[in-house]
Every structure is written in C-alpha cells, then in structure tokens.
Design a protein around this ligand. Structure first.
Ligand code: DQA
Length: 150
C-alpha cells in the first residue's frame, strides 16, 4: 500500500519556522519515526515551495498511490489550480494543517482544497499526518474487502 505525504511552501522549515505555532520538530525526523511505526505502508514524502511542482506531483502520484496526505501550506488559501488537481485524480486526499487555521487570521479560514479532499485534520500538530495516514490505510483495507480482494 502506497501513501504519499505532500508538503507545500515553507514546510521545509518545520522545526525552525515559528516553533510556537508549528512545533520544534523537523519533519524528516517525524517522518522517519512514522515509517518505522507504520511498516505495512510504503510511505513517501515530497515537499516543494513551488505550486507547479506540487501540481506535477499530484498528477504523477494521483493515479498510482492508494492515498495522499496534503498540507499545501499557504496555497490552501489561494490555489484553485491545486483544488482542480485534487479533483482530477482518483486517489483519496486528506488535507492536513499543523496549526488550527480556524483560530488564526481570517484569511486562513478558507480552504480551496477542503471541498475536493475526502476530509481535513487541523490543529493537531504533526500528529495530524499520522492520523491521516492511518485513516487512508484503513480505508484501503475496507475498500479492498468490499471489492473481495482481501
Ligand atoms: C499551515 C497553515 C497555513 O495557513 C500556513 O500558510 C502554513 C501552514 C499549517 O500546517 O498549519 O504554511 O498549512
């Protein structure tokens, strides 16, 4: 089972960027821990600060992966193109935000992605990524069982 985590702009700075909001842990460190814990999942990670690269990755993985966890950072609040890409691909996408965007500035309250994603997890820190991966892997098992492939 293949699940991809995609992080958007500025999320390469996790651990160093506004730690009072996003925490002090570098994402790579958290990702390695998750890989070790979720051995039944082939977990991949992609980060880019460029909208086009994120679109290309969604197009590439969206027809192949069993699920995608997407934190598009600030592009969440601006990008119709990313929302269209999520709508265009068959892989289920879960939107994650580390911070509680609803308790922050009003411009962070709206997500162009939310309507095309299967669900959203906000405000639970890095733990949100783990919950999203666990949900996607359970979802794959459920649909495989329904299809009689397990
Ligand atoms: C974020 C929230 C966005 O509003 C912000 O632009 C980010 C990070 C989060 O994970 O809390 O870059 O997506």
């Amino acid at each position: 089972m293949k699940i991809l985590i995609i992080n958007g702009p500025n999320l390469n700075l996790l651990g160093r960027r506004e730690p009072e909001i996003y925490g002090a842990r570098p994402f790579d460190d958290f990702f390695r821990e998750m890989q070790a814990q979720l051995r039944h999942v082939s977990l991949e990670y992609f980060q880019s600060n460029h909208e086009g690269a994120l679109l290309d990755k969604l197009h590439e993985a969206g027809f192949d992966a069993d699920g995608i966890v997407l934190n598009a950072g600030a592009l969440t609040h601006t990008s119709v193109a990313l929302a269209d890409a999520v709508a265009a691909i068959p892989a289920p996408v879960v939107e994650v935000h580390i911070s509680n965007v609803h308790s922050r500035e009003p411009f962070r309250h709206h997500s162009y992605l939310a309507a095309t994603c299967e669900g959203s997890i906000v405000g639970l820190g890095l733990e949100g990524y783990r919950l999203a991966v666990e949900w996607l892997s359970r979802r794959v098992h459920i649909s495989r069982k329904l299809e009689g492939n397990e």
